[in-house]
Design a binder for this molecule. Structure first.
Ligand code: ADP
Ligand code: MG
Ligand code: MG
Length: 210
């Protein structure tokens, strides 16, 4: 359909938790190569705490994103917790209490979220971070939505763009976060945060396709 309900967005968060659990060891392995081997466990712990807060279900998309963001900030140590937390904390107010939301409104929220991550982490595309997946996903979402795509179609385009952005991090030298301490030795590995951000967009695609 053309509109996304609170229930759809709760399903997104559950799907993200499931995907992170499923890929937990892989995320940690990626982080062992260029970081401190905790990205899978950081994200899994945070999302378990998030899911525990979703019963009873939030009453609106805005409430949902606020709960998700606050829980991630308070339960995920490391760089990724405040950054993913910021993504959701900025998405909520950007929805301006829309319920249900359409593709354009969700695009506005995603943009506010990604801009919040950029403001907080100061990473640009090409710095080998989650931004390398999130930024192209947002661009793909917007061009799909401008062309009249449904949220499900926009999410499919965004997930594909995120995966391409993740894959493109492999040859890059990290310029932000722990991986940047490795300098040139960070090249030749996928960025763990770009991998988890791709799971986030793939979870949205799957939740909206259902
Ligand atoms: P930590 O590095 O503190 O152990 P995690 O391992 O959970 O935290 O997360 C690492 C991921 O966080 C990196 O792979 C990268 O994608 C992301 N990241 C780190 N610093 C930044 C930043 N300044 N801006 C955006 N993303 C960042
Ligand atoms: Mg780490
Ligand atoms: Mg750490």
């Amino acid at each position: 359909g053309a509109s996304v309900t609170t229930e759809d967005l709760v399903a997104w968060i559950h799907a993200f938790r499931d995907a992170v659990q499923q890929h937990k060891d892989e995320l940690t392995r990626l982080d062992s190569e260029i970081g401190d081997a905790d990205h899978g466990s950081n994200m899994a712990r945070g999302l378990e705490a998030v899911v525990a807060k979703l019963d009873p279900a939030p009453s609106s998309p805005t409430d949902l994103f606020k709960t998700v963001g606050m829980t991630l900030v308070s339960t995920v140590g490391g760089a990724s917790g405040p950054l993913y937390g910021t993504l959701f904390l900025r998405m909520g107010p950007a929805l301006a209490d829309a319920d249900p939301v359409d593709a354009a409104a969700l695009g506005v929220a995603l943009r506010a979220g990604v801009e919040g991550v950029i403001a907080r982490g100061k990473a640009e595309v090409g710095d080998k971070t989650m931004i390398d997946a999130l930024s192209p996903a947002l661009e793909a979402w917007d061009s799909a939505a401008e062309g009249g795509a449904t949220p499900a179609d926009a999410a499919r385009a965004a997930a594909e763009a995120a995966a391409r952005g993740r894959d493109a991090t492999e040859p890059l030298v990290a310029r932000k976060g722990r991986a940047s301490y490795l300098g040139e030795r960070s090249a030749g590995h996928l960025d763990p945060g770009a991998a988890s951000a791709t799971l986030l967009l793939e979870a949205l695609r799957d939740a909206l396709a259902a």
